[in-house]
Ligand binder design. Structure first.
Ligand SMILES: [Zn+2]
Length: 472
């Protein structure tokens, strides 16, 4: 079959110039991915330490020094792994983070075994294939490749695989910062738990980078009343007071606000969105913003949550008998707070919105404990600058691998371990080269899966990106 045309040869050359990964790298990345998926790391019955130890062994086998591979944590099931690849020391270290724990998955809900690594129809199936054992495996693969090649980055690369991002009481990033800050202290952080290529039927739409995130906060509203017999209603009623307050919340909109990240987000989205939406995006970027455009965009749930703090009623509980006036009415209001604001600030705002001293508004922490006020530490930090030494290489490599695809900094409306590193003063960016179709986001869901080619491209991307960010 020595029948290649010049065009075919050129094509073959271009494909290799695009840098697809070789078979040895594919095998290494698959082996690691499979190993991680098949170690159950759920909070209920899983064990994060087992996964940390398995990855530690891989680093030792790749001739990382014993002292550069540390396993540590608060208890036997929740130990984290911290690995260091030494650089030239020209710059302060870069920290990579990834969580090893996964959300619960039940056999009976899935069509495959969630804890076995199954390849089917061009996808890898298993709990954690999207969130985020693919990212963990990609980072492990990349560092092992660097070590094998003898690559010396211009700064130390510290890598932490951690426990309890999804739940549980032993968040690894928080624990490491509190107990071994020196081990993971860095100039900036790259978290593989977000960002990446958003695609539509396999076609790349945008490369997103989560560069800031909203703050999660729950508030308990409660009204108490002496109650009494329901045959003799009184003017004050706990249920009416509470529902009237919730009605006021329903029609209340927190102020419009953009920050450094969402501003660039809309500038770039305006280049790729529909003409009507693009016009509205440009109009909200003006000073002062066009209020009609703000109102139109606010009809879209994603835009609404991007430009406002949001608070919404999520639970309701009241009364104790069909024939009694309610003695107590309670609701939970869940807020997603824009960067730069605190939970207490929002609690005060809610009190103003309800305008009813009968309603107590208390802060509820992630373990369900209720407090009269929110701790001053519950605040989200303003976004970090969009550093050129990160976004420059990112834009260049995105253009090489997904030509014409815009890089769009994004504000995550959920929360990640970046809250801890940001609070510790380390700018944190969620960066990944994995592509997931808009309608195939299955993190936390059933039959979680990731395209095989998307995974390999993610392996390729991260190697190139990390090398570019840590080279002169
Ligand atoms: Zn995650």
């Amino acid at each position: 079959m020595a029948h290649f045309s010049a065009a075919l040869l050129l094509f073959a050359f271009l494909v290799s110039a695009q840098g697809q990964i070789d078979d040895a790298t594919k095998k290494l990345s698959d082996d690691i991915f499979k190993q991680l998926i098949e170690i159950n790391t759920t909070d209920s019955v899983g064990n994060v330490t087992t996964a940390s130890e398995a990855m530690a062994q891989r680093f030792r086998d790749a001739s990382f020094a014993e002292s550069d591979v540390q396993i540590l944590g608060p208890n036997d099931r929740k130990k984290n792994l911290v690995v260091r690849l030494h650089g030239s020391g020209k710059h302060k270290p870069l920290l990579l983070i990834g969580h090893l724990d996964v959300v619960e998955a039940h056999h009976e809900d899935w069509t495959t075994d969630p804890f076995s690594f199954v390849e089917k129809d061009g996808f890898y199936y298993g709990r954690g294939t999207q969130d985020m054992k693919s990212g963990d495996a990609i980072m492990v693969t990349t560092l092992i490749r660097f070590k094998k090649e003898g690559f010396t980055p211009d700064r130390d690369i510290i890598f932490a695989l951690t426990a309890d991002e999804e739940g549980g009481k032993s968040n690894g990033v928080d624990w490491l910062l509190k107990n071994h800050r020196e081990l993971i202290d860095a100039e900036m952080v790259s978290n593989h738990d977000g960002g990446g290529i958003l695609s539509d039927h396999g076609k790349p739409v945008m490369m997103t980078v989560d560069a800031t995130e909203k703050l999660y906060a729950d508030f308990q509203l409660s009204v108490t009343n002496p109650g009494g017999h329901s045959s003799l209603p009184r003017p004050d009623n706990a249920i009416y007071s509470l529902t009237n307050a919730l009605s006021r919340l329903e029609s209340y909109q927190f102020p419009f606000e953009l920050n450094e990240v969402t501003r660039v987000y809309y500038e770039r989205m305006a280049r790729v969105d529909t003409p009507e939406r693009a016009a509205d995006m440009r109009a909200i970027l003006k000073t002062p913003p066009d209020s009609a455009a703000v109102a139109r965009l606010s009809h879209d749930p994603i835009d609404n949550s991007t430009i406002h703090t949001t608070c919404v009623a999520t639970r309701l509980n009241a009364g104790h008998a069909n024939n009694a006036l309610p003695q107590r009415a309670e609701a939970n209001v869940n807020c997603r707070i824009l960067p730069g604001h605190s939970a207490e600030e929002v609690r005060q705002e809610l009190i103003k919105v309800f305008a009813d001293p009968a309603i107590a508004v208390r802060y509820v922490d992630s373990f369900g404990n209720v407090f009269d006020t929110a701790a001053s530490s519950r605040k989200s930090f303003p976004p970090p600058p969009l550093r050129r030494d990160v976004f420059g290489p990112l834009e260049k490599i995105t253009e090489e691998m997904w030509p014409g695809t815009p890089v769009i900094p994004d504000m995550a409306t959920g929360a990640s371990d970046g809250v801890y590193t940001m609070a510790a003063g380390m700018p944190t960016y969620q960066i990944s080269g994995i592509a997931i179709d808009r309608d195939d986001i299955r993190a936390h869901g059933r039959d979680e899966r990731l395209g095989v080619e998307s995974y390999y491209k993610g392996v390729d991307f991260y190697y190139r990106f990390l090398k570019a960010v840590t080279s002169e």
